[in-house]
Ligand binder design. Structure first.
Ligand SMILES: Cc1ncc(COP(=O)(O)O)c(C=O)c1O
Length: 400
């Protein structure tokens, strides 16, 4: 079992219960249902739920469906239980960005292959990562390329990826503008990097929650243009993350359609001989996690919760993101059980801690009820701060 102390932190508020003793590799207290959990829970914090089978299913989808290596983007949910489940399911490559992510992975999963895909790294991070066995590094400008060379003492065994700035796609959360080489700089950078590395690749990110497979096709076509213009031999192409999850109100093709379009495009554009990589974060862990938040007060159509924008509900506040919602209450549902649109407030004293919604819940929702925000396994826990002392490290697994 990995990192017991991290896994155990925060679960002390779950009373010992023979049913919840966990022998699972994820190491979490395990319950058959949310109601069983809530009957025992005596803590004050919101609760993170992990659905191990959903995480395994997402991993299988990528491992069987994408014809290349699927690197889990650790940033999307770095909790040890999530990483343990993905490892158990067969994910062996990881996209890491920071010293903490590198050290955690290198310490607990020494056999994992790490890809340091942050285009701007500190010198200390590069040197430490190389010392810990990392050989895959990304760069998007000459300065970073030289930095990587300097900090690895011109190591002959580097696998370097040039991050490209690709045409704007159809992502709900575009990532354009911060990183990536434009065509004019990409061409000389590819030529410059080729003799400096053992293997040369290109990478890009079409934006998170990308709604159309054509965005990948366009990005691959752009990458082919740069590589052909540079006239270099390429060893690898990394199509990044961005694979979408079916949140309420968002329609997109199945992931298998994305894979088909990507595979076809890679072949058509002359990347058939290369290693293929992808860096899914959201699509590997979103559906396998939920946040369970308690209603602390109701004022008309406003509900005050014990989690909010400074916790795991950042996207709900900032982008009015919607999630499948389920109410759990310790009383029978009202006979009518009509739905009502609510505005939600988080627990901190900050007036920005608001989620306008409207979020539709049973009209008789009241203090003490718990709301499950599903599909929040990605960019929920990982975005949470401890602002005002409101946070949670209580993770449990729900296994049917
Ligand atoms: C370099 C890189 N790779 C992968 C990801 C994961 O993206 P997603 O969660 O949209 O799949 C991100 C997200 O920001 C990223 O910056």
């Amino acid at each position: 079992m990995k990192s017991l102390s991290v896994l155990r932190a925060g679960v002390s508020e779950i009373p010992a219960n023979p049913l919840s003793v966990s022998e699972h590799p994820h190491g979490l207290p395990t319950f058959c249902s949310i109601d069983e959990l809530l009957n025992l829970y005596q803590g004050d914090d919101h609760i993170y739920l992990i659905y191990p089978e959903k995480i395994r299913k997402a991993a299988r989808l990528f491992l069987n469906g994408f014809h290349g290596r699927s690197l889990y983007a650790v940033k999307s949910n770095p909790h040890p239980s999530v990483i343990a489940l993905l490892w158990e399911a067969g994910i062996r490559q990881f996209d890491v960005a920071s010293l903490r992510e590198v050290e955690f992975m290198a310490t607990h999963y020494p056999e994992a292959e790490l890809y340091l895909m942050h285009p701007v790294k500190s010198r200390g991070l590069i040197a430490r990562a190389y010392g810990l066995g990392v050989r895959n590094f990304v760069f998007d400008c000459e300065e970073e390329l030289i930095k990587i060379r300097d900090c690895t003492r011109e190591a002959p065994d580097l696998n370097l990826f040039l991050r490209l700035s690709v045409p704007k796609g159809a992502a709900a959360l575009p990532l354009a503008g911060k990183f990536g080489a434009e065509f004019e700089t990409a061409v000389p950078l590819l030529k410059q990097a080729r003799p400096l590395c053992a293997r040369l690749g290109v990478s890009f990110h079409v934006g998170s929650q990308c709604m159309t497979p054509e965005s990948y096709d366009k990005a691959i076509s752009f990458a082919a243009g740069a590589v052909n213009e540079a006239g270099v031999n390429l060893d690898a192409i990394d199509v990044g993350g961005g694979f979408p999850v079916c949140y309420p109100g968002m329609d997109m093709p199945l992931l298998t359609v994305f894979f088909d379009v990507i595979h076809k495009s890679l072949i058509t554009h002359g990347f058939g001989h290369c290693d293929w990589l992808a860096e899914p974060g959201r699509a590997l862990c979103a559906e396998g996690g939920s946040t369970l938040a308690r209603v602390e007060l109701r004022k008309g159509n406003d509900l005050y919760l014990n989690d909010g924008v400074f916790g795991s509900l950042f996207d709900a506040g900032h982008f009015r993101w919607n999630y499948p919602l389920t109410l759990h209450r310790n009383r029978p549902p009202s006979p009518m059980d009509m739905l009502n649109g609510f505005r939600l407030f988080g627990p901190t004293c900050d007036s920005m801690d608001v989620m306008e919604g409207p979020y539709h819940l049973p009209a008789d929702t009241a203090e003490g009820d718990w709301i499950e925000f599903a599909h929040l396994g990605a960019y929920g826990f990982s975005m949470a701060t401890g602002f005002n002392g409101f946070c949670s490290n209580t993770f449990v697994a729900i296994e049917d």
